[in-house]
Design a protein. Structure first.
Lengths: 703, 189
């Protein structure tokens, strides 16, 4: 059975989309050219003219995607979509295949990840299809505390859910190639055991019925390689996260519906909340090295888009299930964390340039790569456009002031300039209006419409303040990426903790200075003509305040209590999200490190030894490598603080060393031990890991 | 009294206090429910350590006492869990996991390191099995060749053949583009 959409439909939609984009851009460009009629042209104007199509083209693309999405929403969905095909009629008889739910983690909040797994477990259990699913917690954590806590949490989870043999934990010894390397490692070790894998992020949750339906969709349509869902952003408490999740809820859907309308079977993959057919993924989707001279920059950082392109290159389809409910993720809690994430994404997206012209890549993927590239390249282009435009306006004003030309020289002869402005604003804001209209059916209580409208206005105001700030940062990120400053996979902070004002001043203060300087210069040289730059300067000046205020949890919660920025998932919390909202303050980790308990506590040590690969080290009777022996002694005599993180990881990764240290730490006299061990010894029976995970009251289960 | 102790043990009482505290902490690390049993065992192990110390005064009391404790635990695990012929690290890892999963010391605190164990408890501990990961089914996942197309050709030439000719051609090309653009705009406006 094939669900591939008819070629003519695909061609028509793409032609309509590309044609519409070109037409809109050409119209904008023509209006811009005419707005220069009768005016002197200076060198910065050529820069403006050169950059304008790129920027306006992006606006046109966004507008058209929203328009198509809205059209698709109005007609009740795409009849050619994978999830609207005849197989749905006999969906319940489609048998499930073995599926792994793979959760790559990297120094994540362990308790939150565990709760997420537990909720998904219960949700799958209710469907009666739990037997087809196994969970894999694939850790790349390089923080010893996280590593040991993950092991204990895994055991706790298995005990609590009676899930031995269903939930697995794996820690990579050499965490190379980030998340894609982590997933590839899973595929190499256990990929053959499963037909599908559901890829999740540490903060992702999917409901059981959704996972079952998606796996059935894959099983019924063997030509589908990846089925991506559109996760709802949830559980936000800070004002910033609530803005993000509100905007995702209102506008995100019509944009992704529009994307799906255009891309159809060559859709996007975002790296999580998706189902993947493992065999072709293993065969075709290992990431190639980039053809750059520096070996450190050859690894593809942002793997998802490339994997989707490779999957389609191999002849498989990639679909976006944009209207599937029961798929969730969390957003960054504040602007600083979003910037951290953007820095990584920027470097990854820029690398995709290599695939833009690679042979065998589908047109839909090239479009996706282009949109991803421009998402970040637009920032330096916009900045250059603004600078060139300002210098051009200044040159023109100076020329007119000193010229002896006719009096009407320099006065626009037509109404093109205001018309262009109106069109630009319309293209920018109409998608928002369409998003609001498509969200109206979700309003249930009286007053909800008004609150939705007010929230949208506030979100738009916040976007106007945040966009120029991001522009400057993204410009820096683009240059950082281009000049080869290495970007690493870092842990995303998902805790809604308020930023401090001093942090905001330190990180965003330079923008305030730049904004004030710019505003003064603009007023001095351009006078009233600089009014169009004012929103940007104001946003820069207010950047520290914006970052600080938007990180407030209290503000977010108050607005939620008043019914603003509320998303459908908050009106009735899905069972899969129950207990996942952290309360921030309680999540602070204790001051004492947890990992020494893997050397002291018999239980924590036993769990750790069971997990560490039982390599030859256990059978080894010879002395350990001298460097390892030196580290052991140093740890005992000078305490944990004397070792670097990589040394601790090395010690913990060697089973024989862990066992030896356990014996030595207990049996050496105080004179041979660092003083910190005495406290750890006396508190070994009451430490956090034991209390929280290993010795809870839940009934243990045996297999 | 103190001088008597120093004479009989070869160490001052502080060393034995330290040994006492260490053995107590070591046993408490198992989180036993019966504190009296811990105290009894601690004193019993200290007595054994003293005996040994008389024979070999060069070993510090702490080391002797903890070694006695570890020996007791090992013997208890071997006798109750059928874990003979295991290297010590495996014996302790498997044994501790069995104790942890069965929660033996919580459900029956009086059995802490006591042999023989009641049959049902012994059975429950022997049944525990920690499944850490399924058997590997190794696949080969290697990147396929990808043709990066014209951009790679261009880049390769730039990186590997950077010379005056390329620079001149590039400058000439962009000058032409700029000139055409300028001419066109000047004519249009």
């Amino acid at each position: 059975m094939s669900v591939s959409p008819p070629d003519i439909t695909v061609a028509m939609r793409r032609t309509l989309f590309m044609g519409g984009s070109i037409l809109l851009t050409a119209t904008g460009f023509a209006l811009l050219l005419h707005s220069y009629s009768g005016q002197p042209i200076f060198w910065p104007d050529y820069i403006v003219l050169a950059l304008f199509p790129l920027l306006f083209g992006q606006i046109a693309l966004g507008f058209l995607l929203a328009l198509f999405g809205f059209y698709d929403w109005l007609r009740g969905g795409d009849p050619f979509h994978l999830l609207r095909q005849p197989w749905r009629g006999k969906e319940d008889v489609v048998l499930l295949a073995a599926t792994a739910i793979v959760i790559p983690v990297f120094n994540e909040e362990v308790e939150r990840v565990g709760r997420g797994i537990e909720n998904m477990w219960h949700s799958l259990k209710k469907t009666g299809q739990l037997g087809h699913f196994d969970f894999y917690l694939c850790s790349d954590s390089n923080d010893p505390d996280h590593w040991i806590e993950e092991e204990c949490a895994w055991l706790h989870l298995c005990q609590k859910l009676n899930a031995f043999g269903k939930i697995f934990y794996r820690k990579r010894r050499h965490a190379i190639n980030g998340k894609s390397g982590n997933v590839a490692d899973f595929c190499r070790r256990w990929g053959k055991r499963y037909r599908y894998m559901v890829i999740l992020d540490a903060d992702s949750v999917m409901s059981g019925p959704t996972m079952v339906r998606l796996v059935r969709a894959m099983e019924a349509n063997p030509e589908v390689g990846i089925l991506q869902t559109q996760p709802s952003m949830v559980l936000g408490q800070s004002f910033f996260r609530r803005i993000l999740q509100f905007s995702n809820s209102i506008y995100g859907k019509i944009f992704s519906q529009g994307c799906s309308f255009v891309q159809m079977s060559s859709g996007s993959y975002w790296g999580h909340n998706a189902v993947i057919r493992i065999a072709p993924f293993i065969e075709h989707c290992d990431l190639p090295m980039l053809p750059v001279p520096d070996p450190r920059r050859r690894h593809v950082l942002s793997h998802d888009t490339v994997e989707a392109a490779l999957m389609q290159k191999a002849g498989y389809e990639v679909w976006v299930a944009y209207d599937e409910r029961g798929t969730y993720e969390e957003g960054p809690p504040n602007m600083s964390d979003m910037l951290k994430r953007d820095r990584r994404w920027c470097a990854g997206n820029l690398q995709h340039f290599w695939f833009l012209f690679a042979r065998g890549i589908e047109m839909g993927n090239r479009l996706q790569i282009w949109i991803g590239l421009m998402a970040y390249l637009c920032s330096p282009i916009w900045l250059t456009f603004l600078i060139a435009g300002s210098i051009g306006a200044y040159d023109r004003a100076r020329f007119l002031a000193f010229s002896a030309g006719p009096e009407d020289l320099g006065v626009a002869q037509s109404s093109e300039a205001p018309f262009l402005f109106i069109i630009t604003v319309a293209l920018l804001f109409l998608p928002r209006l369409l998003g609001i209209i498509s969200s109206l059916p979700q309003t249930k209580r009286p007053g909800d419409c008004l609150r939705l409208f007010v929230s949208s206005l506030a979100e738009t105001a916040a976007s106007i303040l945040i966009a120029p700030v991001l522009m400057l940062f993204h410009t820096c990120f683009v240059f950082q990426a281009l000049f080869g400053w290495q970007i690493k996979w870092t842990t995303q902070n998902r805790t809604d903790l308020d930023l401090t004002l001093s942090h905001c001043l330190k990180l965003y203060g330079w923008q305030s200075g730049l904004g004030m300087t710019g505003q003064i210069l603009a007023w001095s040289y351009l006078g009233f003509n600089s009014f169009w730059l004012t929103p940007i300067f104001v946003a820069w000046i207010l950047a520290p305040l914006t970052a600080w205020i938007t990180s407030w949890r209290g503000l977010g919660q108050t607005l939620r209590a008043c019914g603003f920025f509320v998303i459908p998932e908050e009106s009735q919390l899905p069972a899969e999200l129950d207990g996942l909202a952290g309360d921030g303050e309680d999540e602070a980790r204790p001051g004492a490190p947890l990992w020494p308990q893997a050397l002291l506590s018999p239980y924590v040590q036993a769990v750790h030894l069971s997990m560490v690969r039982q390599r030859s080290s256990l059978r080894r009777t010879a002395k350990p490598a001298s460097s390892l022996a030196h580290l052991r002694e140093r740890l005992i005599r000078h305490g944990a603080a004397s070792l670097e993180r990589k040394d601790i990881l090395r010690l913990l990764g060697d089973a024989e060393t862990v066992f030896w240290l356990h014996r030595e730490l207990w049996s050496r006299p105080d004179t041979g031990l660092h003083s910190s061990w005495q406290f750890l010894q006396s508190s070994s029976g009451t430490n956090l890991l034991l209390r929280q995970y290993l010795l809870t009251e839940e009934k243990s289960a045996h297999i | 009294m103190n001088s008597f102790l120093v004479q009989t043990t070869g160490h001052d009482p502080a060393a034995w206090n330290q040994a006492h505290d260490r053995v107590r902490d070591f046993l408490n690390a198992f989180v036993p429910g019966d504190h009296a049993q811990v105290s009894r065992l601690t004193l019993q192990l200290l007595d054994q350590a003293r005996e040994q110390h008389r024979r070999d005064p060069s070993v510090p009391p702490v080391s002797l006492a903890v070694a006695q404790a570890q020996k007791l635990v090992a013997e208890w695990l071997v006798s109750n869990l059928n874990l003979e012929d295991q290297p010590p690290s495996r014996l302790f890892a498997s044994g501790y996991v069995a104790v942890l999963l069965s929660q033996a010391f919580r459900t029956a605190p009086e059995t802490f390191l006591v042999s023989p164990l009641p049959a049902n408890l012994k059975e429950s501990m022997r049944e525990t099995l920690l499944i850490t990961g399924p058997d590997l089914k190794i696949s080969s996942m290697t990147p396929r060749h990808i043709d990066y197309g014209p951009m790679l050709d261009l880049a390769q030439r730039t990186w590997h053949c950077w010379n005056a000719r390329e620079i001149t051609v590039a400058l000439l090309f962009w000058s032409c583009v700029y000139f055409v653009f300028y001419w066109w705009l000047s004519g249009t406006l």
